[in-house]
Unconditional design. Structure first.
Length: 250
């Protein structure tokens, strides 16, 4: 494929992924396999994808702030608890064999496909803001999120949403608000490790980041209210195809 076409493809895919990531999660299930299919090995694709995730998170945080949705003190507290796991997960990601990583990625994508087949939570449900945040489960759960995010990233948005909904009892707008901040913070040490080990392709990463930032900006503005049914169908088909390719079924 011509290099210019690759760059344009990455911007388009990044825009879709950024929109999906902020709306719900799973955008990296598109971008990471695309980077692998464009010829990058697993560690290089994983590191390159983090450039897009980092820029996307900044874009979404700014957009949420403009919409008057921010609780930076609480977001930072939650985010810091993910850092030890993120560092360990990233080190594992850099050292793991390419073939094994692709098999794990395929299984994760298939798992996300299954979650999409089930009915989504009612987005109109509002939960009281004074709900307790003191569950002990929060601490190991955030460590686990950091490890998973540092290792593979794909679908981490779904996991963070489930955690904040069920443990912290937050409404979905605040769930997404905290989610983007958590991802932003744990991506800092993760992307640093990938950079230091030479696992970032900057030309691909920056173009993917431009797309992700564009999609994330508008997704935060719309706040998961429009177009979700169509996106779910497209995401479902795309992930099925990519998972089958990663498993070398066709």
């Amino acid at each position: 494929m011509d290099e210019i076409l690759k760059i344009l493809l990455l911007f388009l895919v990044g825009t879709i992924a950024g929109f999906i990531n902020i709306m719900a999660g799973g955008g990296s299930s598109i971008t990471l396999p695309i980077l692998i299919f464009l010829g990058l090995d697993s560690a290089l694709a994983n590191g390159t994808n983090r450039i897009a995730i980092f820029i996307q998170s900044i874009s979404a945080i700014i957009s949420f702030k403009q919409e008057q949705f921010h609780q930076f003190k609480l977001s930072l507290k939650l985010s810091l608890l993910t850092l030890p796991g993120a560092i360990i997960g990233t080190i594992v990601a850099v050292k793991i064999r390419d073939e094994l990583f692709q098999k794990i990625l395929a299984i994760v994508i298939m798992g996300i496909v299954l979650t999409i087949l089930f009915p989504r939570l009612n987005k109109n449900v509002k939960i009281e803001e004074d709900s307790s945040y003191n569950s002990w489960l929060l601490y190991p759960a955030l460590f686990g999120i950091g490890f998973y995010g540092g290792f593979i990233q794909v679908g981490v948005g779904f996991i963070i949403m489930a955690l904040l909904l069920h443990i912290m009892k937050l409404d979905l707008v605040r769930v997404n608000m905290h989610k983007v901040f958590i991802v932003f913070v744990y991506t800092v040490p993760s992307i640093t490790i990938f950079m230091l080990t030479g696992n970032v392709k900057w030309s691909y990463g920056l173009m993917l980041a431009a797309g992700n930032a564009t999609g994330a900006w508008w997704s935060a503005k719309l706040s998961v209210r429009k177009g979700e049914k169509v996106i779910r169908i497209v995401l479902l088909v795309a992930m099925l195809i990519m998972a089958l390719k990663l498993l070398r079924i066709f």
